[in-house]
Design a protein around this ligand. Structure first.
Ligand code: ASP
Length: 437
């Protein structure tokens, strides 16, 4: 039997109908012994997530305003689930406590965490599993950073030997006992932490899609699902804009080499996407794993005669970025040229200071700014073994009439990054997909 930690997202637990699906998934595999729920999410496109409503309640309460309107909606959602499934939990009294705490000035983090807490109580009752409050298992440091060591130790002594347990996602506690939440979407992180904590064989992340797509479906029509992706490939794809799983959810299981399986609660027979350690065998043969990209970048192109022989040029250039607290994306270099590829968000309000700083620190011959750049990451762990990937890529772009402004390929050869004009971004993504699908 494989020990599995199963995390269900908000849409998987949005109402009683979804709870029923979740129960049959959990019961279909005897290894599914640790369950991590999110708060109830959207039931329809227009619906609101309970977490959003809780944040609003707390914001209103902190301004001394009434928050009954939002709270009533929240309460009704839990009551409906409890009544439709005939659960034994006294949900009304738990809701009363939450209302009182928010009214008495509870923090935003505390208020938000109650979405998962209450859903966890209901789910534990419905599955006939034990409920363990994440506040006593998942810890943050005084500075708000996740305390992996203390959490891991606690899991080893308090949880790992247990079975049939529900641990609510999204939150933990601070040294003083206050509640702290992970970033939005953070139940994915809890699932990963629990998987590592109990030494699971697999971390199943159940959501409302059947895994990762090879490209953004808003750009490419019906892109293929990715069967297997490595942690590193996923980092690249997620960083470049592909989202299904919270980015930070990868780290805890990666350390323990636990694969993640992203599955669809509404289509449980589909195998989903496996996210596996980098060392795993690949059967790709030069195929791409995925394509992701983002617009909103700027290139700052710097030229200086004999830059190539100047000791410390790069150091001085990067010091300017450091002094202005700007992080860079890429630095493609030529013999006497160096370009900074920066995200627009990083340089907002700092453009002039940046250019002045470069001129002063590096006495350059010219600095030019090119706006409206999009970056596309073409990711595939097997590129390193395949001949002709770049030829295929650049031929596809040339045929589509796309002008490539920048190319960057790391020595790991797991990805090639191309920079194109923002208005050619979608054409480029489609052309690459068609060439490699
Ligand atoms: N409920 C939280 C949110 O909406 C966390 C999660 O669902 O993962 O962000």
């Amino acid at each position: 039997m494989k020990l599995k930690v199963v995390k269900f997202g908000g849409s998987s637990l949005a109402d009683a109908k979804q709870f029923i699906k979740v129960k049959s998934i959990v019961e279909a595999d005897e290894g599914r012994l640790f369950v991590v729920p999110s708060a109830p999410g959207k039931r329809t496109y227009k619906d609101e997530k309970v977490t959003d409503l809780l944040y609003r309640c707390q914001a209103k309460a902190s301004e001394g305003r009434l928050f009954e309107e939002e709270f009533d909606i929240i309460a009704q959602r839990y009551i409906d689930i409890a009544e439709e499934l005939r659960l034994g939990v006294d949900i009304r009294s738990h809701l009363k406590t939450v209302w009182q705490d928010i009214n008495d000035g509870a923090s935003a983090d505390y208020a938000a965490s109650r979405g998962e807490y209450l859903n966890g109580l209901l789910l534990a009752d419905y599955l006939n599993f034990a409920f363990m409050d994440a506040a006593g298992l998942i810890f943050f440091r005084e500075n708000g950073k996740f305390d992996a060591e203390k959490t891991q130790k606690t899991f080893q002594t308090e949880v790992a030997h247990k079975r049939r347990v529900v641990i609510p996602g999204f939150y933990g506690s601070l040294p003083g006992g206050g509640i702290k939440v992970f970033p939005r979407g953070g139940s994915d992180i809890t699932g990963s932490v629990v998987a590592r904590g109990v030494n699971a064989d697999v971390y199943e992340n159940w959501t409302d899609v059947s895994g990762f797509l090879m490209a953004d479906p808003r750009i490419v029509k019906n892109p293929r699902f990715i069967g297997t992706v490595t942690y590193s490939e996923l980092r690249e794809l997620a960083y470049m804009g592909a989202t299904v799983l919270h980015e930070d959810a990868i780290f805890p299981v990666r350390q323990a080499c636990i694969p993640i399986n992203v599955r669809n609660t509404n289509a449980p027979d589909e195998a989903g996407t496996f996210i596996v350690p980098d060392s795993s065998e690949s059967e790709h043969g030069g195929k791409l794993t995925g394509i992701a990209g983002r617009t909103g970048f700027t290139i700052i192109a710097i030229e200086k005669d004999n830059m190539h022989n100047e000791i410390g040029f790069g150091y001085r250039l990067l010091s300017v970025l450091n002094d202005l607290a700007i992080s860079f994306e890429h630095i493609p270099t030529g013999i006497d040229t160096m370009s900074l590829v920066l995200s627009d968000a990083q340089i907002e309000g700092k453009r002039k200071a940046l250019i002045d700083g470069i001129i002063k620190a590096c006495s350059v011959d010219s600095v030019e700014i090119y706006d409206n750049l999009a970056l596309i990451a073409v990711v595939g762990r097997d590129m390193v073994n395949a001949v002709g990937v770049s030829a295929k890529l650049f031929t596809a772009l040339a045929r589509a009439g796309v002008n490539v402004r920048m190319i960057d390929q790391g020595s790991s050869e797991m990805n090639i990054i191309v920079g194109v004009e923002s208005n050619e971004f979608e054409i480029a993504v489609r052309a690459i997909y068609e060439a490699f699908k």
